[in-house]
Write a protein that binds this ligand. Structure first.
Ligand code: GYE
Length: 327
């Protein structure tokens, strides 16, 4: 837990006031301000283990960097994110960072930040804006590439299988860049083998609960169980595993399961052979965000895009890797 609080702002129940945490730490000497840099961070929610690890990484890195962090959790609401960003502008923070829940609709609030002269770091998910000067840098993964990696794993896994191969897809939050791009990268990659077809796809909001109910629904509606599940994140895959087992099927055997993130829980399932492959998506972005905020305050020029290194893991590697997982 970060300095200045013992409360997890991501743990509040939906429907309560927007949770806010203010964390301060002693000044360091890397900025030019002579006082701690004040960072306002709008987190989009707490839907998954990825997200909780991401929030923790930001809190820890801010404390470590000696910054004053105000973190607000928008609980999946773009409106609440816009409100939070507006409050950061009003209180004249030094830098704003945010993880946008969906891709569209950010231009007006980003213009407000620009007019106020407050630099914005975009992190985790991408936004759809014409004018890229509205943010300084984007720190986050290449989701399209993650979809491509998932597709390539499947092509290899099915290389000797004549087809048809029926795939179901659990997509993430509608309109979010990881869901749009993972879906597209996957489709573009498997298109080279037309007998691999996506027979059902539905959003399950990146959550365990929805992953379970939507998968149960797929299994009820399909006459024959599908051979493959592509889940846009681990939490949905873990929920789906429960639905598959409750339907009397063997996850990882009767249905090949591919997911994205690489959480410890997913690795444990992979070590048991219940998930076949996980494409890594790194949530530990805190140190990169703090570094970027410091460099911005020092007047330095940053690359427009900063991406963390990521791998793909398969069941063969899971047992060896599981203890190395940090989230
Ligand atoms: O994959 C999922 C989370 O935006 C990369 O959001 C993030 C995604 C992540 O809920 O687990």
């Amino acid at each position: 837990m970060s300095a200045g609080s013992s409360r997890d702002p991501t743990a509040s129940a939906a429907g309560t006031a927007v949770p806010r945490e203010i964390q301060t730490a002693p000044p360091d000497d890397s900025g030019k301000l002579g006082r701690p840099i004040v960072l306002g961070f709008s987190q989009l929610g707490s839907e998954s283990d990825w997200r909780r690890a991401n929030t923790k990484s930001i809190q820890e890195a801010a404390a470590e960097a000696g910054m004053t962090l105000t973190l607000e959790n928008a609980e999946q609401s773009q409106e609440k994110q816009i409100e939070a960003i507006r409050s950061f502008i009003k209180s004249k923070v030094d830098v704003i960072a945010f993880a946008p829940v969906i891709q569209s609709g950010w231009e007006p609030i980003l213009k407000e930040a620009k007019q106020a002269g407050i630099p914005v770091i975009l992190t985790d998910r991408a936004v759809d804006v014409q004018d890229s000067s509205l943010y300084v840098t984007f720190i986050g993964s290449d989701f399209y590439e993650e979809g491509v990696k998932a597709g390539k794993y499947l092509l290899d896994k099915m290389r000797d299988k004549p087809g048809p191969v029926r795939i179901v897809e659990l997509a993430g939050t509608v309109g979010s860049s990881p869901s749009i791009d993972r879906g597209q990268g996957f489709r573009d990659t498997i298109a080279s083998r037309p007998e691999l077809t996506i027979v059902r796809s539905a959003p399950a909001d990146f959550t365990f609960e929805k992953g379970k109910t939507v998968m149960a629904d797929f299994l009820r509606k399909e006459k024959e169980p599908p051979q493959v599940l592509f889940a846009h994140n681990d939490d949905m895959a873990l929920g789906a595993i429960e639905a598959i087992e409750e339907a009397g099927l063997k996850p990882g055997k009767d249905i090949v399961i591919i997911s994205v993130d690489g959480t410890r829980k997913a690795f444990e399932m992979m070590a048991k052979g219940k998930i076949n492959s996980v494409v890594e998506c790194n949530p530990l972005l805190g140190p990169m965000i703090m570094q970027a905020a410091k460099e911005i305050m020092q007047g330095r020029t940053l690359p427009k895009r900063i991406a963390p290194p990521e791998s793909v893991f398969t069941e063969e590697m899971a047992a060896k890797e599981v203890d190395n997982r940090k989230y």
